[in-house]
Each structure stands twice: as C-alpha cells, then as structure tokens.
Design a protein around this ligand. Structure first.
Ligand code: DQA
Length: 146
C-alpha cells in the first residue's frame, strides 16, 4: 500500500526549532526512517512538507489520483486554524492519523482545539518524534486490515 506523510509549517526546522519541545532529530532523519520502515514492511511511504496551506491542499488532492491508501499528517499550526485543510482531507476521503510531536494539551489554550481530531482515525500527541514511528505502525495495520 501507499502511505503519505504530510508535515505542515515550520517542521522543516525540526532539529533546530525549540529542541526542548521538538527534539534533536531533523525532518530528514524522521522521513528516512519512515521510508525505510515502510520498505521493510512491504509498503511505499511518500513524504511531503510545506509551509504553505495551498501546497498541502494540492498535495492532498493529488494523493487521490495516486491511489494513496492512508495519510499521516502533522498539520502543525494549521491544526488550530485550517478548515480548508480539514475539508481537503474529507474531500478525498482518504483515512488519516493526526500527529503532534508535543503534547498540545499541556501547552497554550489556543493549541487545545484541532480542526482534524473529530474526523481522524486516531490522534497521537506528546510522544516526541517517536510518534511518527507509532503512527506508521498503526497506518500499516490499518491498510493491511482493509
Ligand atoms: C505541533 C503542535 C502545534 O501546536 C504547533 O503549531 C506545531 C507543531 C507538534 O507537532 O507538536 O507547529 O503540531
């Protein structure tokens, strides 16, 4: 199966951005690990990061034509703002897991609401970048069960 991992704004800075919150691994470290884990399990993992809402929406629309079976998304700050990104995911009807590196519920009140959680298959947050590995494990189980 094909699994698309999407990362939103500022996650290109992973490894250098507020390392006490987000850790020392770079986004490239994380992506390479996921691609490798996918391969080992016999699945195709694709990754995409953008700081632009428009590009993330376009990538989700393209996923439909590419027969992507499952999406893992860290919408980053768009979690708390983007009806458009939510609508894109609902529009293509590809099941997804929402993921956050930090525990958003321990942080500022404006991070407590997500436009994605009620329509996600599941949500992972607060487990650091390990959350990506856990999300991929869960995604693989989901696609193998389908
Ligand atoms: C984040 C949490 C968001 O509130 C924040 O805007 C991010 C990253 C996380 O992975 O913990 O950019 O999604």
């Amino acid at each position: 199966a094909s699994i698309l991992v999407l990362n939103g704004p500022n996650l290109n800075l992973l490894g250098t951005r507020e390392p006490d919150i987000y850790g020392a691994d770079t986004l490239d470290d994380v992506s390479q690990r996921l691609i490798h884990q996918g391969q080992t399990a016999g699945h195709h993992v694709l990754t995409f990061q953008s700081n632009a809402e428009y590009e993330l929406i376009e990538r989700i629309h393209e996923a439909k034509g590419e027969d992507i079976d499952f999406i893992i998304i860290n919408p980053a700050a768009f979690t708390h703002t983007s009806v458009a990104l939510r609508d894109a995911l609902l529009g293509v009807a590809i099941p997804f897991i929402e993921l956050h590196i930090s525990n958003v519920h321990q942080r500022e009140a404006f991070r407590h609401h997500s436009y994605f959680s009620d329509v996600a298959v599941g949500v992972i947050c607060g487990l650091g970048v390990q959350g990506y590995d856990l999300a991929l494990q869960a995604a693989i189980q989901q696609v193998e069960r389908a």
